[in-house]
Design a protein around this ligand. Structure first.
Ligand code: HEC
Ligand code: HEC
Ligand code: HEC
Ligand code: HEC
Ligand code: HEC
Ligand code: HEC
Ligand code: HEC
Ligand code: HEC
Length: 351
């Protein structure tokens, strides 16, 4: 009886002593800074990544976050949780976070995040050990003290595609939607690009994302099931054409268009020319159409003013319709043969 008791006390003291030894041998063991989200080796589909850190209160007076080799984001912490977002490049990104107290480094943590892309074959699948994580499947308990975690009615603001333009112009560009949006507090950077898609610009996130889906907020696949809900005109016109461009035919709209926003017109994920060349690599050489035969450099496919679309540069989409056409080469201007196409821009030569 007593021997057993003494034994327990002994074990108890031993564990206690061991804990003491470990903690005093390594003062950083207290982990003054840690990442709540995302986990290391996460796979992301888009460029924006929201990050949330925990900091032991009062122990840190400056945080530096560096993504790859970009300029550091500096945060002076005023709470135990600090949040920020970064824009990922395609492929593996390293986020390196250091914490300082009175100019001395007191903590450090690094995570790797892989941004996948269907457009670049080398980045189509993640390296071993990386996996997709669905943030909204986690329940968000750690975030709930400060953020509203459940969607509200305002997140499904009705969007009328016909009157949309007039309505937004009327509102003078300043929209009040973020105030009522649940999603805004964490995804606020989503609209800070040059071109923002209509429903995203008014934070009508649930126009496309379903809170009842599995995983939560997943969109219907293929994408055209979502897009054609509003773009009914396009659906009608394109489906009446004889030829539909490969990726459009399988409903893969988001491979070319960001459903949210981008720095390219039409919310394209890359500039029009680069986008086409990602899949049609051979057409970007300058030898396209009549390579070498008539002119050494072939017909220009970029870098010259477009004679028809004044103010724009010529691109692949000047001669090809990116979606559908009645001609197999998907010629623009409803052209039925090459000569008709040439004529549209070269009115002098081709009569
Ligand atoms: C202690 C309160 C608090 C907690 C807990 C918290 N946040 Fe935040 N979060 C904030 C505040 C305040 C902001 C606004 C910061 C600003 O002014 O931009 C914010 C902003 C954000 C942003 C947007 C940052 C940006 O600038 O783009 C993201 C993403 C975010 N939080 C994610 C999370 C996640 C994920 C969790 C849970 C793991 C979480 N937050 C927990 C307070 C908190
Ligand atoms: C507490 C902060 C927070 C709020 C509020 C929030 N999100 Fe997120 N959401 C995140 C983070 C963090 C991620 C994962 C990293 C990233 O995409 O930045 C994420 C990811 C997602 C994803 C990708 C799938 C997933 O689960 O990872 C979708 C879709 C999404 N959010 C939609 C929404 C919508 C719609 C709303 C509003 C109804 C919303 N989110 C509100 C923080 C938040
Ligand atoms: C026009 C439809 C549409 C609207 C509006 C929209 N989204 Fe999305 N969103 C999508 C589609 C489509 C995807 C791509 C899903 C995929 O790749 O499987 C997506 C992906 C995302 C992702 C990233 C998923 C990932 O895997 O990384 C987040 C985060 C997200 N949406 C948040 C939002 C938020 C927040 C809003 C509101 C401001 C919003 N979305 C508005 C259609 C939309
Ligand atoms: C909830 C309705 C809605 C859904 C769903 C929707 N859109 Fe839109 N879309 C709009 C509105 C509104 C505009 C702005 C129209 C305007 O400016 O006149 C727009 C504009 C666009 C434009 C730019 C057009 C231009 O002339 O600049 C593109 C490209 C586009 N959407 C693609 C998509 C894609 C791809 C999807 C599916 C991922 C999609 N849309 C889903 C409502 C929607
Ligand atoms: C191969 C890439 C690609 C795919 C896939 C694609 N688009 Fe586009 N889309 C473009 C380009 C490029 C433009 C700009 C055309 C221009 O410069 O005139 C455009 C323009 C648009 C526009 C505005 C002009 C118009 O024609 O009405 C809408 C709306 C649109 N796309 C919706 C969609 C929808 C919906 C899908 C899926 C069914 C889709 N796109 C699939 C490349 C693509
Ligand atoms: C995601 C990959 C992808 C992107 C991006 C893409 N295409 Fe395509 N394209 C295809 C596929 C797949 C086909 C159908 C296979 C084929 O016929 O070669 C195709 C076919 C074509 C054709 C018809 C070829 C023929 O034999 O008649 C033309 C023209 C074309 N694309 C032009 C473009 C233009 C212009 C762009 C940019 C706006 C573009 N593509 C962007 C994948 C893509
Ligand atoms: C000045 C007009 C013009 C421009 C600009 C242009 N094309 Fe073409 N494209 C044509 C014509 C004409 C043909 C048909 C040539 C033939 O049948 O040999 C064609 C054929 C094609 C084909 C199908 C035939 C094949 O060889 O596989 C694809 C794919 C294509 N173009 C993609 C592109 C891409 C990608 C770009 C941008 C880098 C581009 N085009 C720019 C006029 C143009
Ligand atoms: C979308 C408009 C467009 C179409 C369609 C087009 N071109 Fe061109 N073409 C141009 C531009 C822009 C230049 C460059 C002019 C410059 O240097 O400023 C050019 C240059 C040329 C040149 C070199 C002589 C010159 O004027 O500089 C020839 C030859 C030519 N194109 C032939 C054709 C043929 C043949 C077709 C039909 C297969 C065709 N083009 C279709 C826009 C077009």
């Amino acid at each position: 009886m007593t021997i057993k008791r003494i034994f327990y006390i002994f074990i108890f003291l031993l564990t206690f002593a061991a804990a003491e030894v470990f903690s005093s041998s390594n003062p950083n063991n207290q982990k003054l800074i840690s990442v709540n989200y995302p986990p290391d080796k996460t796979v992301m589909e888009f460029d924006l990544l929201g990050v949330s850190l925990s900091i032991t209160e009062g122990s840190v007076d400056l945080i530096r976050a560096v993504l790859n080799d970009e300029a550091a984001i500096k945060i002076v912490p005023d709470s135990e949780i600090e949040c920020f977002s970064v824009r990922l490049s395609v492929g593996t990104n390293r986020l390196h976070i250091t914490a300082f107290k009175k100019g001395k480094q007191v903590g450090e943590v690094a995570i790797d995040v892989f941004r996948r892309s269907d457009l670049v074959s080398a980045y189509r699948s993640p390296p071993p050990g990386f996996k997709k994580d669905f943030f909204h499947e986690r329940g968000g308990f750690q975030c709930a003290p400060c953020h509203v975690m459940e969607a509200v009615e305002a997140d499904k603001k009705p969007v009328n595609i016909v009157s949309f333009r007039d309505e937004t112009i009327e509102k003078d560009g300043s929209d009040t939607a973020p105030v009522s949006s649940t999603c805004y507090s964490c995804h606020k950077k989503m609209t800070s690009y040059l071109y923002v898609h209509g429903p995203t610009s008014v934070w009508s996130c649930l126009s496309c994302h379903d809170p009842g889906a599995n995983p939560k907020y997943a969109t219907k696949k293929p994408d055209d099931k979502v897009c054609f809900n509003c773009h009914t005109e396009q659906k009608k016109t394109w489906s009446s054409k004889k030829y539909i461009h490969g990726p459009v035919n399988i409903g893969n709209c988001a491979i070319c268009h960001s459903p949210h926003a981008s720095d390219n017109p039409f919310n394209l994920v890359k500039s029009s020319w680069k986008l086409c060349v990602s899949c049609h690599a051979g057409k970007g050489t300058g030898l396209h159409i009549f390579g070498g035969a008539l002119f050494e450099d072939g017909h220009p496919t970029r870098g010259r003013p477009d004679p028809v679309r004044i103010g724009k540069e010529i691109s692949c989409a000047s001669c090809h319709n990116p979606h559908a056409s009645d001609f197999p080469r998907l010629w623009a201007f409803e052209a039925q043969n090459p000569l008709e196409l040439c004529r549209r821009c070269h009115t002098k030569y081709f009569k």
